[in-house]
Design a protein around this ligand. Sequence first.
Ligand code: GAP
Length: 485
Amino acid sequence: MTNKKISFKEIVSHAKQYGFVFPSSEIYDGINAIYDYGQYGIYLKNNIKEYWWKSMIQINENIIGLDTSILMHPNIWKASGHISKFKEIFLYNEDTKYSYRLDFLIENYFKTNLNLNKEKKLKHNIIKYLDKKLKINEKDKILKLINKIKIIDPKQKKLTKWTKIYEYNLMFKIPLKEHEKKNFYLRPETAQGIFTNFLNVLNTSKMKIPFGIAQIGKVFRKEIIARQFLFRMREFEQMEMQFFIHPNQEEKWLEYWKKKRLKWHLSLGLGKKKYRFYEHEQLAHYAKKAYDIQFKFTFGFKELEGIHSRANFDLKNHEKYSKKRFRVFDKEKKNFYIPYIIETSVGLDRIFLAVFSSSLKKETIKDTKKERIILKINPALSPIKAAIFPLIRDKRLIFYAKEIYKNLKLYFILIYEEKDSIGKRYRRQDAIGTPICVTIDFKTLKDKCVTMRFRDKMLQKRVLIKDLKREIKKETSMNQLFKLL
Ligand code: GAP
């Protein structure tokens, strides 16, 4: 078997053609950076969710889960700093009529203009200068610098004058009632629902520091440069866990969660070389220290998950704005303190993209020289666990196959198919990542055995019908992932 490279365009098109991801509102020409999950995509997405949820909540006795609302009191976003600081700086080019995010322009400049081994210091100085100017809000000085170091327009690839610099808050604003002046916001992170329920959890559970609260939910951001399919969307899902600790344990737990989250990603089997850590020089407004787990997408290493120390930024501010006490008692020191928080935050859609894009393979089969597109996804995440086929459309085989399907569908997500040749049916299942195909043939009528065909190696074996449930479970169970954690 030989492998051929698959382009990003082919990945996006496969996702649509095989019912994984559709562009939203397509019949009205679509809407940029918003997507719908199709009949197979939803299973893959739910399997990733289930794996994350169980590995947080079920495996760890000191982590519980919540499901908090998307709309929250607007003061939450004042306290969290999102109203004043969740902004991106953009530069506008009058000649080309394009706007770019400042960090994107700078990153692009470093990549294309600097030899980073030799000019590390220059990079450091530019970042330091920008940081300083941003802090004191001297945007005109930033504009001057961008023009001085001659940053080109990345799309037009020509040197032009940058004419405007402006800020843009990334939260979607909505009035809750008609004619209401007060604005509500669609949440841009799930974390705030966790912080604002910290006292409720303390009062209603047996949780004691250190402990975590996890949540999965939709978030919304007015991304200006939404791009790369599921990578940067305007509506997406986050899986976040906030771990509350004593302030003097910050370093220990930050390291703990970095290791633990990397292990989780590695358990998906996409390959160790695809991951690396990146420490942020420029920090989000809430973060004291921040690391990304980056993943090697087809368009390069990019952030997959963020692991941050938020220190006591959030609870301290909620204490100030809500006038409630977010403190716990330190038995040793006999005083009250505001807990620190270590956050792990990952985009569900980004993991989906990582899993889907790096599992999609184009293979040429050695003997037949035929090409097959195969989604070599971890069987525990596969949308469909097994496909049940009668070898041909014969009444007796159909009866047997349907009986098997009827019994097993109580335990697994299955597909029953009798249309087309068996070869074509195999190809269709390969393309959606079904790890097992079960064929009922005339021998089955005598020996009560069926043929199991395994997706990756195309190996076949005969098994007794009564053992099928055990065999499918062995191959597709999520337990095999948990064992790697
Ligand atoms: N609570 C912290 C927080 O929201 P973040 O780095 O802004 O941190 C965390 O986001 C994760 O959410 C990212 O690592 C990424 O996986 C995902 N994410 C962020 N913006 C996204 C977008 N526009 N589209 C898809 N996923 C996104």
